[in-house]
Design a protein around this ligand. Structure first.
Ligand code: GLP
Length: 264
């Protein structure tokens, strides 16, 4: 895993935007997996800012897949992840609604929703770049601790701590759904590249377990240790429990020096 330590959320946002733009500019057609939550929002705003300034790539050939979706919200609720991604990212980028996909939470067909979402991703040729945030309990998507490390898109029950963490997006905790459909850990692992972004002190313990802990279902994000192409962008607060911080800095500086060599 490549660990890039940054000072704060603003630097993380710029790196997220750079990574997305690099992927979109060099892959055509492109499939982007997009996470919700607060962490990527500043990065999405930066992408929108660049797009509006006319310096971003064209998204005409890009298809978006949300990482997960609440089950039990009204289809027109502004809190759905589909609405959130449209509001924060795809509408401002001018992406047509039929190029933005999320798991189908229609109650009558929930049983087959996971399989159908996997099919949709496969038909698009798989995901080129998957952006993930991390929950305080180490979840990615809504894969709570004890999730199978090989899991595919499916129905999950949310941990109480996750509902508490996400209550700020609702009027009260009672409104936070108890269930979700989420890409599985195996689904996320199939993405050709994964960008994990973690900022703030509440993520420090989950980040340390993800990057330096044993790979274990108690910290679902730790499965990323087995992915050959993960970049973890971690700000100073979220990195505070990492033991190998100095090495990550040395490795990043070394890579930059190497890139500066003639022919690189
Ligand atoms: C939710 C989402 C995750 C997200 C996590 C962290 O549970 N399902 O995809 O990574 O929240 O969110 P935040 O970035 O707001 O801390």
């Amino acid at each position: 895993m490549e660990v890039i330590l940054v000072d704060g959320p603003n630097d993380a946002a710029h790196l997220l935007a750079d990574t997305v733009e690099d992927c979109v500019a060099h892959t055509s057609p492109t499939s982007l997996g997009v996470a919700t939550g607060s962490t990527p929002v500043a990065g999405y705003s930066e992408l929108v800012r660049r797009h509006r300034a006319g310096v971003g790539p064209s998204y005409a050939d890009t298809t978006f897949f949300t990482l997960d979706e609440y089950v039990g919200l009204a289809a027109d609720s502004p809190a759905t992840y589909r609405a959130t991604i449209a509001r924060d990212l795809t509408d401002p980028l001018g992406v047509a609604a039929d190029r933005v996909h999320g798991p189908d939470t229609t109650p009558s067909t929930l049983q087959t929703a996971g399989e159908r979402y996997e099919q949709l991703i496969a038909e698009a040729g798989g995901i080129d770049l998957q952006i993930v945030g991390i929950g305080t309990d180490g979840h990615i998507g809504f894969n709570e601790p004890s999730s199978s490390l090989a899991s595919r898109t499916r129905f999950k029950t949310l941990a109480h701590s996750t509902r508490v963490d996400n209550a700020r997006f609702f009027d009260s905790i009672d409104e936070v759904p108890h269930h979700a459909l989420t890409q599985g850990l195996g689904t996320i692992m199939d993405a050709r590249k994964v960008l994990l972004v973690a900022t703030g002190p509440t993520k420090a313990s989950a980040v340390a377990a993800t990057i330096e802990g044993p790979m274990a279902a108690r910290c679902p994000a730790s499965v990323l240790q087995m992915h050959p192409h993960v970049v973890a962008v971690v700000d100073a607060e979220a990195a505070s429990q990492l033991q190998w911080r100095n090495y990550y800095r040395e490795a990043f500086d070394g890579k930059m020096r190497w890139k500066g060599q003639p022919g690189q």
